[in-house]
Design a protein around this ligand. Sequence first.
Ligand code: SF4
Length: 360
Amino acid sequence: MGLKIVPIFIPHYGCPHACVFCNQTRITGQCSIPDPAAVNDIIEEYLQTIPVSRERQVEVAFYGGSFTALEPELQEAYLRVVQPWLRKGAVDGIRISTRPDAISSGILDLLANYGVRVIELGVQSLDVEVLRQSGRGYTPREVWNAVRLIQDRNYCLGIQLMLGLPGDTGEKDLATARQVVEMRPAIARLYPALVIKGTRLAQMYETGAYRPLGLEEAVNISADMFMMLENAGIKVIRMGLQPTHELMGGDSLLAGPFHPAYGELVESEVFWRQAQMAIMAYGCLPAESLCIFVNEKDVSKMTGLKGRNRQRLQEFLAGEVNIKGISSAGRNWVGIGRVKHREPQFILSREQFVNDLLKM
Ligand code: SF4
């Protein structure tokens, strides 16, 4: 059983900034912060939904705002609520999300005292101009300082990035991803910027001063970043915002590349690129005698949402395409063989694929 997260949302509270894209109330559909006493009930209720087992790992996560920008007393009040659960062994750790400029040695000492083990930094970009135009209020230098402080104390570091912000380009996103690789966080999240009602970005969009990325454009850039990060051993744990009720059915979303299965779209894009390279490396065969093999758990990513990759492969090979899932220990490889074969005759691993791409 993987890691289970008990999410506690603390929207916008404690944050004196006004990033152009942010209206936490609308994104989370919640407008008041939970009382520390109520956090206990949230944890209790959530734990009841997670089957007990030896492998169960549970973390309480304070998300949504900038946790370490809260008054220290309030931070401690929240963290204290989790302590009995940690002592009982029902919860294994705490994670928080915060801003890079709300990290200091004193804050990190406080978090360590209460069992925080993962710190996710909302970095968004490492381009000075993008940060400035997005109203983030810090520079890349402060991000590097926060990263060093966090890693010196052996916290597990997460980095959240946003692509398509004002002043951003695909090249800048890749340059940011390259720097993140140098930072060596354990985990990362990728979000395309969305235009949410009530934000400064919405005003910029309405006056024509900002153009959001199209869905295909965002997926392409995310795929490049995803490959770069994962190839460096950084686990990308989420791509795209959660499809909340507000985003799906409400009127909050004005524009931007939102898709409820955004991460799946990105991973399918990577499989499509990898399959093309594998086919070319194997040597083209007539489509009807060629078979694309993948791990049986990767068939939907290889086929693509609504069969998009199958269609692209059919156009690429000018004929019907066979995609076969087989049981195998490894994931993310693409194999090529003949339809009559049970196994691929040639395999292109994800690592090999990305390394070959980087050499081009
Ligand atoms: S720092 Fe975070 S919570 Fe504060 S305005 Fe920016 S995105 Fe919103």
